[in-house]
Design a protein around this ligand. Structure first.
Ligand SMILES: Cc1cc2nc3c(=O)[nH]c(=O)nc-3n(C[C@H](O)[C@H](O)[C@H](O)COP(=O)(O)OP(=O)(O)OC[C@H]3O[C@@H](n4cnc5c(N)ncnc54)[C@H](O)[C@@H]3O)c2cc1C
Length: 402
């Protein structure tokens, strides 16, 4: 029997952030993942530290969370970031009224939105298309999911958390309306006795909850990322139009990562990966940056968004489901002590974790404040130390490049 106060299931950005938050509050926490750290959606995203501009006119609260975390991570996790900046581009075919709406929504959030003519943008980004009519600058950055996850995990471990990769949760026993023991296989290979179990399994959250007899309605959606040789793009390029396939170009060293699509899938482990999606992303991104069309595809990878979709009516429309996060306490469903945190983004994982840890503390009757916004992550100013941690934890994160 492995005893712990809190068991966190899932070693993506959300799970490691929850473990760090609880450990820094001096709470005994164990984290397990069925795979390597970051092997789920976290290591298979674009790796953009969103400014919030992407969501500004549709969901200003979510956008404000992104902007706040984007600023905060510069203080506590600078070594995980590449300060590329970003732009939203209006092409000849795009609706100018949409550009105005998005720019106004960004200004309302407090972003300094510098507007550039097409020629001014091309002076800064020579690879940008002649079809760009105007653009505005946003404080996007590029984040290394591998570095962010290992730095967070290392801080959790330094504060006393026990972390087990390659240790899948196989069964969750609930008795008398309360979560009882959790069977974990793989390296840990033990029955776990925890007062609270946090389900942070991203697109697998519905499956993990089902082990405890709880329903967490999800609509996972997959997206492809296409890495090509970088034609000289050093900043994040976003197409300024309603969300659609192929509207973002992310520089990552000598590669440019192009994304993405959004297609509902039934099984996050087993879904179609059509070549046509790769071609579509490539040709749409080439509208922003024509040189991309001439570059060979070096590799592709696919990620699955952990979208929480309690409203059955919106499940078929993958693009309309909220990108915000949900924190669910399953006491009313007969599983007290079982909590799910799902949705959100890599950018907002620390904030999601703070809300989750606050809730867990309330359940445990513990009154200790969150410290994750003030404490810098280990290696925050030392990329070499971060890479040593990446090697030590052996993460699985194609988003980090070759
Ligand atoms: C195509 C795409 C692009 C994206 N781009 C961005 C971006 O640029 N910026 C951004 O901020 N966000 C982006 N996102 C969103 C972001 O990547 C995710 O919201 C975030 O990474 C989810 O992290 P998570 O920890 O909740 O889930 P995950 O990273 O999926 O972690 C869940 C973990 O649970 C583990 N697990 C599952 N079942 C079990 C079990 N039974 N036992 C033990 N462990 C288990 C898995 O192995 C996995 O490691 C993108 C998402 C997609 C799909």
């Amino acid at each position: 029997m492995h005893e712990t106060t809190v068991l966190v299931v899932g070693g993506g950005a959300t799970g490691v952030s929850v473990a760090r938050d609880l450990a820094l509050r001096d709470i005994d926490v164990t984290l397990v993942d069925r795979d390597a750290l970051a092997a789920g959606t976290t290591g298979r995203s674009h790796g953009v530290l969103h400014s919030g501009a992407r969501y500004a006119e549709r969901d200003p609260d979510d956008a404000a969370d992104c902007l706040a975390e984007n600023r905060l991570l510069r203080d506590i996790a600078a070594g995980c970031l590449d300060e590329t900046g970003g732009y939203f581009l209006q092409l000849a075919a795009d609706d100018p009224a949409y550009f105005e709406r998005k720019r106004a929504a960004c200004a309302d959030l407090g972003m300094a939105v510098e507007t550039l003519s097409g020629d001014e943008l091309r002076e800064r980004v020579p690879a940008a298309s002649p079809a760009v009519e105007r653009a505005f600058a946003v404080p996007d950055a590029v984040v290394s999911p591998a570095r962010l996850v290992v730095a967070t995990a290392a801080d959790a471990r330094d504060a006393g958390a026990r972390l087990y990769a390659h240790s899948p949760v196989e069964a969750i026993d609930v008795s008398g309306g309360h979560v009882d023991t959790v069977a974990v296989g793989g390296r840990l290979d033990a029955m776990v006795d925890a007062e609270v179990v946090v389900n942070a399994t991203g697109p697998w959250a519905e499956r993990c909850a089902a082990l405890a007899g709880v329903d967490v309605p999800m609509q996972p959606t997959c997206g492809v990322m296409v890495a090509v040789e970088n034609p000289g793009v050093g900043t994040v390029l976003n197409r300024c139009r309603p969300p659609a396939d192929g509207d973002i170009v992310v520089p990552r060293g000598d590669e440019a990562v192009l994304g993405t699509t959004s297609v509902a899938v039934d099984d996050p482990d087993d879904f179609e990966r059509p070549r046509a999606a790769v071609e579509r992303v490539l040709s749409e991104c080439a509208a922003m940056c024509p040189a991309l069309a001439e570059r060979a595809v070096e590799r592709t990878y696919w990620g699955v968004r952990p979208l929480y979709a309690p409203d059955e009516a919106v499940r078929g429309d993958a693009r309309s489901i909220s990108r915000g996060f949900a924190l669910l306490d399953h006491a009313d469903a007969g599983a007290a002590g079982f909590v799910t945190v799902v949705g959100g983004k890599l950018t907002t994982a620390r904030k999601m974790a703070a809300a989750t840890a606050d809730h867990v503390c309330e359940r445990l009757g513990i009154d200790r404040a969150c410290r994750t916004a003030e404490e810098p992550l280990p290696g925050a100013d030392d990329p070499a130390r971060l890479d040593a941690l990446v090697a030590e934890f052996t993460v699985d994160a194609p988003a980090d490049g070759r």
